[in-house]
Design a binder for this molecule. Structure first.
Ligand SMILES: NC(=O)C1=CN([C@@H]2O[C@H](COP(=O)(O)OP(=O)(O)OC[C@H]3O[C@@H](n4cnc5c(N)ncnc54)[C@H](O)[C@@H]3O)[C@@H](O)[C@H]2O)[C@@H](O)CC1
Ligand SMILES: Nc1ncnc2c1ncn2[C@@H]1O[C@H](COP(=O)(O)OP(=O)(O)O)[C@@H](O)[C@H]1O
Ligand SMILES: [K+]
Length: 505
């Protein structure tokens, strides 16, 4: 699914109006009908009262139509026009006469008491917001927020006060329980700084012209089942284990052998033909017992350090179809040197995570040595160690995009919507996953999955998009059965099979 800027959303509306054709007031009617329908479906036939706050633009126009639609169906509705500017937009003005009970707010003192707990519909500002909300209009936003524990707040299109394409974290903004957005996600909804403000996002179809959606160019995308279907490749009936590659997983150290187990298991479960785990000697019995399917290389040191010292092994490195390195390896100097040797010996795309990234953060010159099209999977702290701190999450996204382009790498910044930046400048957000995955080792599992997919011959981009999707979906299926709280990283590995079955359907 493409993610459009506020300007592109306006173009989408204009294109639809011209080419369907449909009048703008009818498009508003359609959008508002979808909202009213969603509310009736969600809050039922006997809901508490609706308190609807409308601004002066088309977002307010949506609010006016929602008020009329709900009232026509017999629900208890009160609606106010909040006069934040002199003139109403044309479609807003056109709708006012059709809701004669409309009340007016010209100053904060006129903000109503809403005794009975109800549903506040926030239709003050949408994509037309072009500066922070100030003065008494900001007071209205604060009043709504003060009452959000008493009432259920539903924002129309966007929480009022939020900018679609830039940071508004410092600005007054409605904190919604639900945001009903039209046709496309806004970039702002996908960044953590707005998580508390958007609540649950529902995308409502309002009949934007498909030709516009097909041709509009955008760097931001949300992965969805349609994209994943084009990536996933069923297995060939005549294939053998050699078809799916020999993956090398370099992970674990004394006290962190679990990371190696999780990543190695996930690599196998993702479908690699053969997997060798490279671990310190102290983990040998553990690994061979816990993951009998995997082969095991060991070294005497308690940390990854000497493996590629031996010329014959260095020579063998390119034979691996894919290499994943990082979970639990530590950041000892000897490990850093071993990583450097590996980067010189292996020139195919690999997966770098966790301590491999921390080492690169410590020795930034290594960044240039990472093979082109490799996948880096930092969590926010690792990202900061690698590329530095930023003021807000839009700046961080910009830095992520720039680094992926400059370094010709795929970089997955972990989070609720993990952001996956590609060397060509495109950024994909992954929607699967849940807070149950905020648990030790979940990232190690992702490293294993990505390495397993690369090993099977998926391109780095395909492995990244499919891997993040499967990882999150396995977590969602596990949470459905086990709860978010009780979910552990092992469960994600366990549910990978279910995730594949869903993806194949
Ligand atoms: N035909 C269309 O264009 C459709 C538009 N729709 C709705 O229209 C919305 C966009 O409408 P508009 O472009 O009228 O914009 P908004 O309704 O978001 O608000 C814009 C109005 O607020 C003013 N404004 C901007 N920032 C302000 C600030 N900080 N303080 C005070 N006033 C401020 C602007 O000057 C303008 O008058 C969408 O979010 C959506 O809800 C939907 O009805 C679908 C169809
Ligand atoms: N709230 C959340 N919603 C969705 N996914 C999450 C959430 N919290 C964590 N995850 C996912 O779980 C994984 C955690 O990885 P990471 O922080 O590296 O864990 P660890 O280092 O313990 O293995 C990431 O893929 C991340 O996207
Ligand atoms: K709004």
């Amino acid at each position: 699914m493409k993610i459009l800027s506020a300007q592109q959303v306006r173009e989408a509306d204009a294109y639809t109006i011209q080419h369907e054709p449909v009048s703008s007031v009818l498009l508003m009617e359609r959008a508002a009908s979808e909202c009213a329908g969603w509310m009736v479906h969600t809050f039922g036939e006997t809901p508490p009262p609706y308190y609807i706050f409308c601004g002066m633009g088309n977002n307010g126009g949506d609010g006016l139509v929602i008020a009329r639609k709900l009232q026509e169906q017999g629900f208890a509705v009160q609606a106010w026009l909040v006069h934040t500017s002199g003139n109403a937009s044309a479609d807003n003005a056109a709708n006012q006469p059709y809701y004669p009970e409309l009340r007016h707010i010209h100053e904060l003192a006129e903000f109503p008491e809403m005794e009975e707990p109800g549903i506040i519909v926030d239709a003050l500002f949408g994509t037309g917001l072009n500066r922070p909300v100030e003065g008494w209009a900001a007071g209205v936003i604060h009043k709504i927020n003060d009452q959000r524990h008493k009432h259920t707040v539903v924002s129309v299109d966007m929480p009022s006060g939020m900018m679609a394409d830039s940071s508004s974290v410092q600005f007054p903004c409605v904190h919604a329980r639900y945001t009903l957005t039209f046709e496309f996600y806004k970039l702002a909804f996908l960044l953590p700084e707005n998580g508390e403000r958007t609540g649950q996002v529902e995308v409502l179809k309002i009949g934007i012209h498909p030709a516009f959606t097909a041709q509009v160019q955008t760097e931001y995308h949300l992965t969805d089942p349609a994209v994943i279907h084009t990536i996933y490749r069923p297995r060939n009936a005549f294939s053998h284990k050699g078809t799916y590659g020999h993956a090398l997983m370099i992970a674990g150290s004394y006290g962190k052998m679990g990371a190696a187990l999780l990543a190695t298991r996930a690599c196998l479960k993702a479908g690699a033909g053969l997997v060798t785990a490279h671990i310190p000697r102290c983990g040998y019995e553990i690994l061979q017992t816990a993951v009998p399917e995997a082969m095991c290389n060991t070294e005497e040191s308690a940390h990854y350090s000497s493996h590629f010292d031996e010329p014959f092994r260095l020579h063998q490195a390119p034979d691996y179809a894919a290499i994943g390195i990082g979970p639990g390896i530590g950041t000892e100097n000897a490990t850093a040197k071993a990583l450097e040797r590996l980067l010189l010996a292996y020139r195919k795309p690999m997966v770098l995570d966790a301590d491999a990234l921390n080492i690169v953060g410590k020795y930034p010159a290594l960044l240039a040595e990472i093979p082109e099209d490799s996948i880096l999977t930092p969590h926010p702290k690792e990202f900061e160690r690698l590329f530095g701190a930023t003021g807000d999450h839009f700046e961080r996204l910009e830095l992520l995009t720039r680094k992926a382009r400059e370094l010709k790498l795929y970089v997955l910044l972990k989070g609720k919507y993990s952001a996956m930046a590609c060397p060509d400048g495109a950024v994909y957000f992954n929607p699967t996953g849940n807070p149950g995955m905020a648990t030790a080792g979940a990232g190690d599992v992702l490293t294993g999955i990505l390495t397993g997919l690369l090993s099977q011959g998926y391109t780095p981009k395909a492995a990244l998009l499919l891997g993040a999707w499967l990882h999150g979906l396995a977590g969602d299926l596990a949470a459905d059965d086990l709860s978010e709280e009780a979910l552990t990283a092992e469960d994600i590995v366990h549910y990978l099979g279910q995730a594949y079955l869903r993806t194949r359907q």
